[in-house]
Design a protein around this ligand. Structure first.
Ligand SMILES: [Zn+2]
Length: 245
């Protein structure tokens, strides 16, 4: 998804949960994930590239643990500056976590796989209907070959006035690329395909699920902090959520 979409999804999901200042750190860390820096832009699990569903799940779990640990550390801090620093880091981890959760829906074939079964996803990160073969079949080429593909396509359109080069070449299904799979915006190839097949926008559905999942992830972190810290957990959560950086 593009930064403005990530921002909107995060805002919708979490605006009632956090002070504007905390929400800003979360949103910034989320959209910074798309900056062309080595560690973020090229991270496969951070953007759930090539249907790396399992890798992304591990990555999300790790970030979730980091958020919890920072909040626990904040709770144990005696100095204001130290505590605020832990809050800042926790919010940044949460932003990254949200990015991966949100990209999961637009970059994987999750919604394509659940659509024919007409089942509603119920908060599981691993798609119960997918299997390795299907995942591999849906997406084999590399994420950043997409840029080349995209530029080639633009040039093709400009020169020939025709639609998509992929439509002309008619790539076999095992050659599907991120470019053909991403539902990053309305009218991406995958969005058009989805709409044709299921009469609803794949992009809209990905956004809806991403928003739901973003909130769910935060609620889960709250639950863990309370479980691990008892009444002190509720106190530090309240402090974190209302903090003004
Ligand atoms: Zn991304």
């Amino acid at each position: 998804m593009i930064p403005s979409v990530h921002r909107k999804i995060t805002q919708n999901a979490l605006e009632k949960k956090f002070s504007p200042g905390v929400l800003n750190i979360i949103k910034k860390a989320n959209t910074d994930s798309d900056l062309p820096k080595r560690d973020a832009f090229f991270s496969k699990p951070l953007h759930c590239v090539n249907c790396s569903i399992e890798e992304t799940k591990v990555y999300i779990d790790e970030l979730e643990k980091n958020v919890v640990n920072e909040l626990i550390a904040a709770s144990l801090s005696n100095y204001r500056d130290k505590k605020n620093n832990h809050f800042k880091i926790a919010a940044a981890y949460l932003g990254k976590l949200n990015h991966a959760v949100q990209d999961f829906y637009s970059h994987s074939n999750w919604i394509e796989l659940i659509a024919p079964k007409k089942k509603i996803w119920k908060g599981k990160t691993i798609n119960p209907y997918s299997n390795k073969n299907e995942q591999i079949l849906m997406c084999t080429s590399k994420y950043f070959s997409e840029l080349a593909c995209f530029l080639l396509d633009l040039a093709y359109k400009k020169i020939t006035g025709k639609k998509h080069i992929n439509d002309i070449i008619n790539l076999p299904v095992d050659q599907l690329s991120h470019f053909k799979l991403n539902k990053d915006n309305k009218n991406s190839l995958a969005d058009i395909d989805y709409e044709k097949k299921y009469h609803e926008s794949g992009f809209d559905l990905a956004c809806k699920l991403a928003e739901y999942s973003t909130l769910l992830k935060w609620k889960n972190i709250e639950k863990i902090v309370k479980r691990e810290m008892g009444t002190g957990g509720q106190q530090i959560l309240d402090e974190f959520k209302t903090w003004s950086p």
